[in-house]
Design a binder for this molecule. Structure first.
Ligand code: MLT
Length: 391
């Protein structure tokens, strides 16, 4: 059986590969501490779980859900955005579509806008799904390097004119995975102008928008004038409400783009279990101090990681958002060799930066979504085994 060319060089997903490494080490008896995937360790808030239990008993919810999502869920999304920023007005009927997690929508949006050979502008380092989604759609990812000296923002002026002409879609993601960098309103305004000039759809992935430290609150792409003319924002319940396993998210913004994504989806999947949508409504419209509580925990862990790594030779500044710390590998290493060393010698999994693209080489990522005691233990182990690194 010959695989189609489009998947012949497709590796398993980054974290599927990392899971294999974890399983191998565990099979050898290693007490592995994974600082790999960003998967919140805290439970989903009780009121959301309780709503699910109730809604799961309703036979109406056992039938096919709506393709684009229950109107009540989409209304809750619009209301949630309005609470977040009064500048954001969304028509729940035409400007919101429900997703089986934002990963699904991010992959599928490429099918809506890329003809074979069309370019997708992707941040590098970046969430692997942007580039893979473009390839699976027959498009060609073009890396926008996120360099430390530019605050891990892409330099839009450096994108060659012919590339911009051929580009149909651009992915942005702030607060950023994997670098934890943030973007201000001026950056989004520049991106919107660029998209208008080149007829490009902006897809802003805001998965980490609610996790801000020391009082920082990330702007939404949708609150910037002109955003809805050129693009959409992806968000999900995953990181905001500790619901990665539930698989629910949304895209919101430009009605044409939302309709296109909904049309593709209605031909591929059959929507999100309605009980999950009802529980998510309880999350979106219920008490929001659950976000504050989890952010406080991440902030403490951020301090632990940054202080811990700095005691081993790094010179990292405190991050303002997201659930990651991104750091350069020590001298004499590349991303893969350093990740391997840390796993072999300390039993600690870190994510090698090259998993996020060419420009991630030379870096590694640590997640804050792990039990605080285990995180402390990982740092203690690393300090005991390695002492100090030369950077
Ligand atoms: C990450 O750790 O980068 C993400 O949580 C992975 C994912 O969403 O698949």
């Amino acid at each position: 059986m010959e695989e189609a060319r489009r998947i012949q060089s497709l590796p398993p997903y980054l974290f599927a590969r990392i899971d294999e490494k974890i399983a191998e080490a565990k099979a050898k008896g290693v007490d592995v501490i994974s600082l790999g995937i960003g998967d919140p360790d805290r439970p989903t808030p009780a009121h959301i779980v309780e709503r699910l239990v109730e809604a799961a008993h309703n036979p109406e919810n056992h039938r096919y859900p709506s393709y684009v999502g229950m109107l009540e869920f989409r209304q809750a999304v619009a209301e949630w955005y309005k609470q977040r920023s009064p500048k954001i007005e969304l028509d729940p009927k035409t400007e919101v579509v429900t997703l089986i997690g934002s990963k699904e929508g991010i992959a599928h949006i490429n099918l809506c806008y890329l003809n074979p050979g069309d370019i997708a502008l992707i941040p590098d380092p970046g969430y692997p799904v942007y580039g893979i989604g473009a390839i699976l759609a027959g498009g060609v990812p073009y890396a926008m390097p996120l360099r430390e000296e530019n605050g891990f923002l892409p330099d839009l002026e450096a994108i060659p004119g012919d590339i911009a002409q051929k580009a149909k879609i651009m992915f942005l993601n702030y607060p950023n995975n994997p670098t934890a960098a943030i973007a201000d309103e001026a950056f989004y305004a520049q991106a919107i102008a660029f998209a208008k000039a080149n007829d490009i759809v902006i897809c802003h992935d805001a998965a980490y928008s609610e996790i801000g430290f020391d009082g920082y609150k990330a702007p939404s792409f949708l609150q910037i004038p002109g955003a809805k003319d050129v693009g959409i924002e992806f968000h999900s319940m995953s990181k905001t409400y500790n619901m990665t396993g539930w698989r629910i998210g949304w895209a919101a913004g430009n009605a044409k783009v939302i309709e296109a994504l909904g049309r593709i989806k209605s031909n591929i999947d059959s929507g999100v279990f309605q009980a999950i949508q009802e529980a998510s409504i309880a999350g979106l419209l219920g008490p929001q101090n659950v976000i504050e509580a989890v952010t406080k925990v991440y902030q403490e862990r951020r301090d632990l990681v940054i202080e811990g790594l700095n005691a081993m030779g790094w010179n990292l500044k405190k991050t303002k958002a997201a659930v990651y710390v991104w750091a350069q590998v020590p001298k004499g290493h590349n991303s893969a060799s350093f990740a391997e060393l840390v796993l072999d010698k300390a039993g600690v999994v870190i994510t090698p930066g090259n998993g996020y693209g060419e420009y991630g080489e030379g870096y590694f990522r640590v997640t804050l979504t792990i039990d605080t005691q285990r995180l402390k233990e990982a740092l203690v182990r690393m300090k005991q085994v390695f002492g100090k690194f030369e950077l």
